[in-house]
Design a protein around this ligand. Structure first.
Ligand code: UDX
Ligand code: ADP
Length: 456
């Protein structure tokens, strides 16, 4: 059994994953290293820099026992038998493949640090979502050294979803491990299987070749995102015809072959994975001359852009075709509930479009205001922030609910209504609230894919 594990990258994936490994493998020393010293200090103090339900307890159970965080990446590499790479791989914002391909600069820097500092035998586990065949590139970089160390490269894609990371790690549907089909490769796979087998039933640990593992990650996210875009496309038809997307989703989801999950129509999907992974897939298809296949997957993203635009269009039409100087309270900026993460959040585009219409936007969110301030740093004086939703809605013409935070269900809507300008509008971008009750209070209610409840 492996005795020392290092994870490079203490983010949404690396932090929670290592906390859960440390919990279940008390005999293994787990170290998490990051270039960002502030992040390291936050993790090490037991107050993680990310919000994730249940994380603090799992973290504190192992901190100081067999889990620690460090900024000394080089030293940590020297000491570890198994090294997870979990650094960020955002979509490239420059040069070739800009807007589609993955930006691999952090990942490559990590590969080079491993090469410079490693001695003996190391198993390198790729955790970042990367375009297919990157493990091969990692292998080429690592084998380019002058024989100081021997490496086996595994791909172990992460399927945790933010907001449910701990539950997803504790009870995964499956763990996927890809490795080389050689004796060394099989031994490396088995070493990682042994780690997960401490708490995951063996039959849920799937082993494949490296490329299947990498492609499975992109394809799984593309399938999930495609379901969301499909139901959002249906919501557009519902809005035009008077059908109700909740009823349609229920009817579709009752078919066991289809299933009920990921059929919630909304303002569009966000998060660090869906769009990035689909665009990676598109780039990969184009690279292999599969242009029609590329267009097929690209349409999932196109649909998502449209959904955000349609949301603002509907607001504009409902509010007499002008938003200029109207106050809009944006409830929720995170890309989903139970996270402070705003990467690719639909709220970013919606807020920008509202501001382009010269609306006055006040954003509230229980966890994501620091990230929202960064995302909209250039927005100017029409934008403001308020931690308290009642303050955000005071004197507003409309509330636009963009994140499915549970606590928004519990708000005192009579109080909100009383403090707003009339006619008061509520645009529920997540179908979270009870539209009929809000209508009875006096709101003009516009939900996604449902007929409006309006007195106008
Ligand atoms: C996703 C995958 O689920 C996970 O397996 C992978 O490891 C990373 O990407 P995540 O991005 O954290 O996880 O969240 P997820 O729950 O999948 O939601 C993604 C987006 O889709 C969110 O913006 C969510 O609000 C939206 N969504 C999801 C819908 O609009 N409707 C749905 O029915 C489901
Ligand atoms: P993810 O959602 O994939 O976990 P995050 O952005 O949350 O992505 O986390 C990635 C982490 O990787 C960040 O904390 C970042 O500081 C760290 N990181 C990036 N490059 C390096 C590097 N070369 N060495 C160590 N850590 C790195």
């Amino acid at each position: 059994m492996i005795k020392s594990i290092l994870c490079i990258g203490a983010g949404y994936v690396g932090g929670p994953t290592m906390a859960v490994i440390a919990k279940h493998c008390p005999e293994v020393q787990v170290v998490v290293a990051d270039i960002n010293a502030d992040r390291v200090a936050a993790w090490q103090s037991g107050h993680p820099p990310i919000y994730e339900p249940g994380l603090v307890d799992v973290l504190n159970a192992s901190l100081g026992r067999n889990l620690r965080f460090t900024a000394d990446i080089d030293g940590a590499i020297r000491d570890a038998e198994m090294i997870f790479v979990s650094v960020n791989t955002p979509t490239k914002a420059f040069g070739r493949g800009s807007g589609k391909a993955a930006d691999l600069q952090y990942w490559e820097k990590t590969a080079r640090s491993i090469l410079q500092n490693a001695q003996g035998h190391k198993i390198v586990v790729e955790k970042s979502t990367l375009p297919v065949r990157t493990a091969e590139a990692m292998e080429r970089i690592l084998q380019s050294g002058n024989g100081g160390a021997r490496f086996d490269i595994l791909s172990n894609p992460e399927f945790l979803a933010e907001g449910t990371a701990i539950a997803d790690l504790e009870q995964p549907d499956r763990v996927l491990i890809g490795g080389a089909e050689t004796a060394d490769g099989r031994a490396a796979i088995e070493a990682l299987v042994e780690v997960y087998a401490k708490w995951v039933p063996r039959e849920r640990i799937l082993t494949t070749n490296v490329w299947s593992a990498e492609l499975s990650k992109l394809a799984a996210n593309a399938f999930l995102a495609q379901r969301v875009s499909s139901i959002n496309a249906v919501s557009a038809i519902c809005e035009s015809t008077g059908a109700n997307v909740l009823e349609v989703a229920r009817a579709i989801g009752s078919d066991r072959r289809i299933g009920a999950s990921f059929l919630k129509a909304g303002v569009g999907f966000g998060g660090s994975c869906f769009q990035k992974d689909i665009l990676n897939l598109v780039y990969l298809c184009e690279h292999h001359g599969l242009d029609e296949v590329a267009r097929y997957w690209e349409s999932v993203v196109t649909m998502n852009q449209l959904q955000k635009r349609r949301f603002v269009d509907r607001m504009l039409r409902a509010m007499f075709n002008t938003l200029a100087d109207k106050r809009i309270a944006v409830f929720g900026f995170a890309f989903k509930a139970d996270t402070g993460d705003t990467r690719d959040s639909p709220a970013i585009q919606v807020c920008r479009e509202l501001l382009a219409e010269q609306a006055r936007v006040c954003v509230t969110d229980p966890q994501a205001l620091p990230a929202a301030r960064r995302d909209l740093a250039d927005a100017g004086p029409r934008l403001s922030f308020a931690p308290d939703p009642y303050e955000a809605a005071r004197s507003a013409h409309a509330i636009a609910l963009l994140t499915d935070w549970h606590e928004y269900r519990e708000l005192d809507f009579e109080r909100l209504y009383a403090s707003m300008q009339k006619p008061a509008f509520l645009f529920d971008g997540r179908n979270l609230l009870e539209a009929e009750r809000l209508y009875e209070i006096g709101f003009n209610v516009y939900s996604i894919g449902r007929p409006p409840l309006s007195r106008l």
